[in-house]
Design a protein around this ligand. Structure first.
Ligand code: GDP
Length: 726
């Protein structure tokens, strides 16, 4: 049976009109896994009875244990619609906000996103986040409202109440879609029951309905309610199996690669759109140059690294030597294949444009790499949504395990680029940074259990930032030999510009004119926007000098000195963000020998630090949006949990029979929130946090926190006397 499906998939690979690349996006617990199992069972990949129990997509042990999907796993299946068989490639996405990076990468590979919303809970913050991520990538949404059985059986709602509730969910989702697509003529993407872009049902009881299915079977809304109420679920399933309803919607309403790529390429690639390569990608040319984007890297004990991703042009085959973006050499493709029910199936043939492929042999690829047969501008970086906010140290319990630990950590960083791994050179500890407490907990679990390396971990530590708060005076930096001088000022970048850089809307690798215009729209003056010389994270260097001899050859060292200064800010050695550095003037020695790295780097580093202090640099801390859903009798204790954590409650309102509390709180104070809120509400609250950037730490806490960090890092405790403003 499996073999037959593989053969069928192979046949369909060459017919892009019959391919749909899709992802399921949902808030945790809204039913993504149960729905995926329905689809797999419908396609004959797992038996009908085991659907819902097998958790076919949760392949890693820790995922099954926690019951949440952490890594994106992938599966291909076939589905007949409109008298034609279709190849459906389903990319799984993680259901927890801490794994935002994975969601965005999965969206890069697909053209349609099935948004799953729990009918009782409605659209949640994570629903909003994933829908945004899909729309930002140019991926078309459709909606499945799940757990409708609960409205009927638990809440005992009648047809009218139910209809209202479902329309509310649809309206919420549409508001989001409208906001993100109104500027595009080709994206009339709001969903509706009449159009067939909304389906609803019960993934648990395996039935679903949509306008087309109701027309076909003659079973209307009120019959469905009657049958569910009378426990005729089996009959319901037989009349309108959920997998058919959903896969019909997918086949009918999601674009095939031929329709999708002309729209998606300009959104995700900044190369020359008049080039031959652009044409090949737009037209899904399987004879063209090979262009493959790796969206996920996983480890296989036998095959090594497996890069999963989308083939945008050409045909990827065994034996090809391909470039990997960001690295110098080429890698040789060892095998190509597809994923069938969580398992990889190697193919003898190549995988053509428009498909999802699983490729081995791409040793240098990381999640997000562009892999191609010709040198090309890589796809836009995807990692702009999330920055690490929390760090933990890991140490092998046994010294013998150290090499294995290092190797595993390197692997972890390859698989998940939102993780950062560093070595603290003073203590020899390894530090891993990630999106939140759970994110790091899962990673360390994986090292311990999957790799069998016992580790000791430190307490989670919050990552801070340093940022100037006003414009500095001009500062002179002098090299040790006194022959080179640099004149620098620093000023704060606006929050809008910092956000745009984080989102990738302003970047060094975009065409200069486009960058200039983007910066001017964000309020930067024209002259400044024309002199951008370099960007370091969210910091920008402006070269205001004119015709200084030798400066061109020295610029690389100037940039290096600035980079060092910005990586370790002057207050507590934390990264600097949102600084605009201006190089006004420089004096350079005639002779290269006297303006080498040992002269230029310290001069520039010093000058940047002193100008930051003159610009009243302050410590910033990461904050999170917090949402708590709780029965009204616990409202007081729940909001107290936010307020007691240096947090702020912004809104409280009723939604269904629960109260919703929305607010913000510092990440540092949110450590341990999970168990505190549980005891404060006797386990009745459900809650959610999402990183919301960095905020200047209150003045009365600056000195204390800076001292604490300096102490932890083994820096000397006194700050320079010029730091008198905090
Ligand atoms: P995920 O976190 O989005 O993957 O959600 P799961 O598929 O793991 O489902 C979360 C919980 O909701 C599980 O206990 C499921 O059995 C349950 N569930 C899923 N779909 C339905 C449904 O249609 N009706 C009901 N009553 N429960 C459901």
């Amino acid at each position: 049976r499996r073999k037959k499906i593989v053969q069928e998939c192979e046949k369909l690979m060459d017919k892009p009109e019959q391919i749909r690349n899709i992802a399921i996006a949902a808030h945790v617990d809204h039913g993504k896994t149960t729905l995926s199992d329905n689809l797999l069972a419908g396609a004959g990949m797992i038996s009908d009875e085991t659907a819902g129990q097998q958790l076919a997509m949760d392949t890693k042990e820790d995922e099954q244990e926690r019951g949440i999907t952490i890594d994106a796993a992938n599966v291909s299946m076939t589905h007949e619609w409109n008298d034609k068989n279709h190849l459906i490639n389903l990319i799984d996405t993680p259901g927890h906000v801490d794994f935002g990076g994975d969601v965005t990468r999965a969206m890069r590979a697909v053209d349609g996103a099935l948004v799953v919303v729990d009918a009782v809970e409605g659209a949640m913050p994570q629903t909003e986040t994933v829908v945004r991520q899909a729309l930002r990538e140019g991926v078309k949404p459709a909606l499945f409202i799940n757990k409708v059985d609960r409205l009927i059986n638990e809440l005992q709602e009648g047809p009218k109440e139910m209809q209202e509730r479902l329309l509310d969910v649809i309206a919420d989702v549409n508001e989001l879609i409208r906001g993100m697509t109104q500027d595009y003529e080709d994206r009339d993407w709001t969903v509706s029951v009449e159009d067939g872009t909304v389906a609803f049902g019960s993934a648990l009881y395996k039935w679903g309905v949509s306008a087309p299915s109701m027309a076909e079977t003659g079973v209307g809304f009120s019959e469905v309610i009657e049958m569910e109420r009378n426990d005729q679920r089996k009959e319901l399933h037989e009349q309108s199996p959920l997998s058919d309803v959903v896969l019909d919607m997918v086949a009918e309403h999601f674009p095939n690669p031929l329709e999708a790529q002309p729209r998606r390429i300009p959104t995700i690639w900044r190369g020359d759109d008049e080039s031959e390569l652009a044409r090949q990608m737009r037209e899904v040319d399987d004879d063209g140059d090979v262009v493959f984007m790796a969206t996920d890297i996983s480890m296989d004990p036998h095959a090594g690294e497996i890069a999963t991703g989308r083939v945008f042009s050409g045909t990827i085959r065994k034996g090809q030597e391909l470039y990997v973006s960001g690295t110098a050499g080429k890698n040789r493709v060892q095998s190509v294949g597809v994923f069938m029910g969580g398992e990889r199936e190697e193919l003898d043939r190549g995988v053509p444009a428009g498909n999802i492929a699983a490729v081995t042999g791409l040793r240098d690829a990381i999640a997000g790499s562009t892999v191609s047969s010709v040198e090309m501008t890589p796809f836009e970086s995807i990692e702009h949504i999330s920055e690490p906010v929390i760090t933990k140290s890991v140490e092998a319990t046994r010294m013998d395990d150290l090499p294995k630990l290092i190797q595993t950590l390197q692997q972890v960083a390859k698989e998940d680029p939102t993780i950062r791994v560093e070595i603290n050179e003073d203590t020899g500890e390894h530090l891993i940074s990630g999106q939140g407490e759970l994110h790091l907990e899962v990673i360390t679990q994986r090292i311990q259990k999957n790799q069998g390396i016992p580790v000791n971990t430190g307490e989670p530590i919050v990552v801070y930032r340093e940022a100037p708060t006003q414009e500095s005076r001009e500062v002179e930096g002098v090299s040790p030999n006194r022959h080179n001088k640099f004149y620098i000022t620093v000023e704060p970048l606006s929050e809008d510009i910092v956000d745009a850089i984080k989102l990738g809307d302003v970047a060094m690798d975009m065409p200069e004119l486009e960058r200039r215009e983007a910066l001017q729209e964000l309020g930067m003056d024209k002259d400044t926007s024309q002199d951008v010389e370099h960007m370091f994270g969210t910091n920008i260097l402006i070269d205001d000098t004119k015709g200084i001899q030798h400066l061109n050859e020295t610029m690389e060292l100037v940039i290096e000195g600035m980079e060092e200064a910005l990586e370790d800010g002057p207050l507590a050695g934390e990264p600097v963000q949102g600084a605009l550095l201006r190089l006004h003037d420089a004096r350079l020695h005639e002779d290269t020998i006297h303006r080498g790295p040992a002269q230029v780097i310290p001069a520039v580093r010093e000058a940047v630090h002193r100008s930051l202090i003159d610009g009243q640099v302050k410590l910033l801390e990461p904050i999170q949006d917090v949402r708590i859903d709780v029965p009204s009798e616990y409202m007081g204790s729940a909001s107290g949990e936010i307020q007691g954590r240096r947090g702020r409650v912004d809104d409280m309102y009723q939604e269904g029979d629960l109260m919703v509390i929305e607010g913000i709180a510092p990440v540092e104070e949110m450590i341990g929130f999970s168990s505190d809120i549980r005891s404060a509400t006797e386990g009745r609250a459900s809650w959610n946090t999402e990183n919301a950037g960095f905020r200047v730490l209150a003045d009365n806490l600056q000195t204390e926190k800076i001292t604490e960090i300096r102490e932890r890092k083994g820096m000397k405790l006194e700050l320079p006397p010029s730091v008198d403003y905090i």
